[in-house]
Write a protein that binds this ligand. Structure first.
Ligand code: HEC
Length: 150
């Protein structure tokens, strides 16, 4: 009988632990969802005038950003043509290089045609990249809200 009680209690404990970790997971997810929402607003405010990230949409004044992650800088089929500086930059777009580029485009690619001063706020940069990484994924395998590594 005693053993039985103990097992029951242990079971209840495990259940409580499980509920705890599920709600922790949800908190992390909603924090990331908020990051994504803020990133969306930042993209609209700072980038969308010059960039689309929707596949096969006509280029605006800047290149289409669909499929950005893993792509070599200056390598898309961009109707207006990249600057020599961008083509010669030898960068591949991933978190680190994008973080640096949006901090100071002209500082990272000296001679770029992209007329944008840069985002000074590190929190805004990670929100923007949270959004950008998911919105530019060609096959959209990343679920919105999955930005724990940013
Ligand atoms: C005033 C227009 C303008 C704004 C605003 C702008 N861009 Fe650009 N962007 C460009 C142009 C033009 C290029 C091509 C630059 C070159 O060839 O040197 C470019 C290039 C890029 C590239 C390199 C793409 C590639 O295919 O190699 C990335 C990444 C990028 N922009 C991201 C952003 C992000 C993120 C923002 C917002 C924070 C932004 N841009 C704001 C015009 C703009």
């Amino acid at each position: 009988m005693l053993i039985h009680d103990y097992d029951l209690r242990r079971g209840a404990c495990r259940l409580a632990g499980l509920i705890g970790s599920v709600s922790l997971g949800l908190t992390a997810l909603s924090a990331s969802a908020a990051e994504y929402e803020r990133g969306y607003a930042l993209f609209q405010q700072h980038c969308a005038a010059c960039h689309s990230h929707i596949a096969d949409v006509w280029d605006k004044s800047g290149p289409n950003l669909n499929g950005l992650f893993g792509r070599r800088a200056g390598s898309a089929n961009y109707i207006h043509g990249y600057s020599d500086a961008m083509r010669a930059s030898n960068l591949t777009w991933e978190l680190g290089s994008l973080m640096a580029f949006i901090t100071s485009p002209a500082g990272v690619v000296r001679g770029t045609n992209m007329v944008f001063r840069g985002l000074e706020d590190a929190g805004q940069r990670s929100d923007l990249l949270c959004y950008l990484r998911q919105a530019t994924a060609p096959n959209k395998t990343r679920m919105p809200g999955d930005c724990d590594d940013l």
